[in-house]
Design a protein around this ligand. Structure first.
Ligand SMILES: [Zn+2]
Length: 85
């Protein structure tokens, strides 16, 4: 397999249904070709970003921070209301 063939099959590498034999060939080429290795890394990151956006999933740490910020805001509002009442 050369770089052109590798790139032609690149999307298949990320497809779970891809035949194991093709996957082995892709991995063998990637192991000896830094250019294709970088391409796969970049593509994988792009796919992960895309998937995250698609699901509107927030990282756990950001979600926790948001949650705490909202709780804090609510607590402050309640306190203010209690003082005015
Ligand atoms: Zn290559």
């Amino acid at each position: 397999m050369n770089c052109t063939e590798f790139l032609a099959n690149l999307t298949d590498y990320f497809d779970a249904k891809t035949a194991a034999t093709l996957r082995v060939e892709l991995e063998r080429h990637m192991g000896g070709c830094s250019h294709c290795h970088v391409t796969v890394d970049t593509t994988r990151q792009t796919i992960e970003v895309y998937r995250n956006n698609e699901l509107f999933e927030l990282p756990e740490s950001i979600r926790t921070q948001l949650h705490q910020a909202v709780l804090k805001k609510c607590a402050n509002l309640k306190r203010k209301k209690a003082h005015t009442a």
